[in-house]
Design a protein around this ligand. Structure first.
Ligand code: UD1
Ligand code: UDP
Length: 387
């Protein structure tokens, strides 16, 4: 039987979390697939946390991250490094994920080598070029270079069809983040971290916060942190705010200025995925500008207030578990206060729902690759949720 070489390319924390199930699935078919893992390491520590949790040892590590890197740095360094890796490995297909600059650079480099591209988490759109920046364009540009589109939901499929992508190249798979989440959340999990062990989960309402979006750097983030300070002061005996702060020095500076030393606010380093996912499961509500967390929290029945003006993930908003509130200080304060004081509103938003996946996305993606290359006759099934 002939074999194919499948190269996965990723570089940041969320790509690693969402590609890990695919990497592990590819390894299950050694007689048909030669897997190659190439990481740009656009993130260093935050990528390594995920690689070690899922025990993935990349065949190629470009180690491109530098402090305060610009989009130009990431793009140029990724393309130069991936050019050499792809020239050497000559894969049949390159799988990229999502919307980062690594994603776009991976797809572009594969295209220059005339290697097929598979896009995992394809078809998400805000239709706003600058929000999120640069992710919306990274997705669109990657989509233009893609041969196999793995759309997580029916909505994502429709976005691609509206851009005249051929239906035969789109497969609705569910989102691999739900595969990763299901493998990670465990009610019996015990935090190793002292700070997390000492949090009073039984009597306090835990508000989990993350922020990192480029378009929120500076004043928008400052306004959010000021709103959190207001909440911490008003509900000092009822809430604990836990904030794993992104490694970006521009984020950390403003966080320290506004929230350093505020009691009821625990500022900690980014958590490994296992404690983070289990912390989500024990939180009361989540404030975030993250993309992935908007997909995970609904599966855990946790209300999410999204600190952004747009989202490419409308499914959970439609289901009522996610609300888009932006970064205005008053609005963030009011939306958070509402969920802390109005039980009916809280219950309305905390219904668990799973529009993004069923935990089988990676298996569908790999089956689809095998089918496309004629290595199996079994036509891959598709994920029916999300629309
Ligand atoms: C990147 C992605 C974004 C994704 C996010 C996930 C782009 C343009 N942005 O944004 O789409 O949502 O990752 O978190 O692709 N840093 C460290 N150690 C790390 C990681 C980051 O020190 O492990 C610091 C570095 O100083 C780095 C800075 O954070 O220069 C920013 O990292 P970068 O990848 O450029 O942007 P993110 O905001 O993380
Ligand atoms: N996450 C994590 N540790 C943290 C914060 C987030 O493991 O301290 C996980 C989270 O569960 C989700 C992913 O990182 O799977 C989201 O990454 P991020 O918010 O950085 O990027 P985005 O999803 O916005 O691209």
């Amino acid at each position: 039987m002939s074999r194919i070489k499948v190269m996965t390319v990723f570089g940041t924390r969320p790509e690693a979390i969402k590609m890990a199930p695919v990497v592990l699935e590819l390894a299950k078919y050694p007689e048909m697939i030669t897997p190659v893992v190439a990481v740009t390491a656009q993130h260093r520590e935050m990528l390594d946390q995920v690689l070690s949790l899922f025990q993935i040892e990349p065949h190629h590590d470009l180690d491109i991250m530098c402090k305060g890197q610009t989009l130009f740095d990431i793009t140029c360094r990724s393309i130069q490094g991936l050019n050499q890796v792809m020239a050497q490995e000559k894969p049949d297909i390159v799988l990229v994920h999502g919307d980062t600059t690594t994603t776009f650079a991976g797809a572009l480099t594969a295209f220059y080598h005339q290697i097929a591209v598979g896009h995992v988490e394809a078809g998400l759109r805000t239709h706003n070029k600058y929000s999120p920046f640069p992710e919306e364009m990274n997705r669109k540009l990657t989509g233009s270079l893609t041969d196999l589109h793995f759309a997580p939901t029916g909505t994502a499929r429709e976005n691609l069809l509206a851009e005249a992508v051929g239906p035969e190249s789109i497969f609705v798979t569910g989102n691999t983040v739900i595969d990763a989440l299901k493998a990670t959340v465990d009610p019996a999990y015990r935090f190793a971290d002292n700070i997390l062990q000492q949090v009073d989960y039984a009597t306090l309402k835990i508000i989990l916060v993350t922020t990192h979006r480029r378009e929120n750097l500076g004043e928008p983030m400052r306004r959010v942190y000021q709103a959190l300070r207001d909440i911490a002061a008003e509900f000092s005996d009822k809430v604990e705010i836990v904030f794993p702060v992104h490694k970006n020095p521009l984020v950390r500076k403003v966080v320290q200025e506004e929230l350093g030393g505020v009691s009821q606010v625990k500022l900690i380093d980014p958590l490994d995925y296992q404690p983070f996912a289990n912390l989500m499961a024990r939180s009361h509500l989540i404030l975030t500008d993250s993309g992935g967390i908007q997909e995970e929290a609904p599966a855990l029945g946790k209300p999410v207030l999204v600190l952004r003006d747009t989202t490419e993930r409308p499914e959970a908003i439609e289901a009522g578990t996610v609300k888009l509130i932006g970064t205005d200080r008053e609005k963030v304060y009011a939306a958070t206060k509402l969920l802390l004081t109005n039980q009916a509103e809280y219950e309305r938003m905390s219904n668990a729902c799973n529009p993004y996946g069923d935990g089988l996305a990676a298996a569908r993606i790999v089956k689809c690759v095998l089918w496309k290359y004629g290595l199996t006759r079994e036509r891959p099934g598709q994920f029916c949720g999300g629309k």
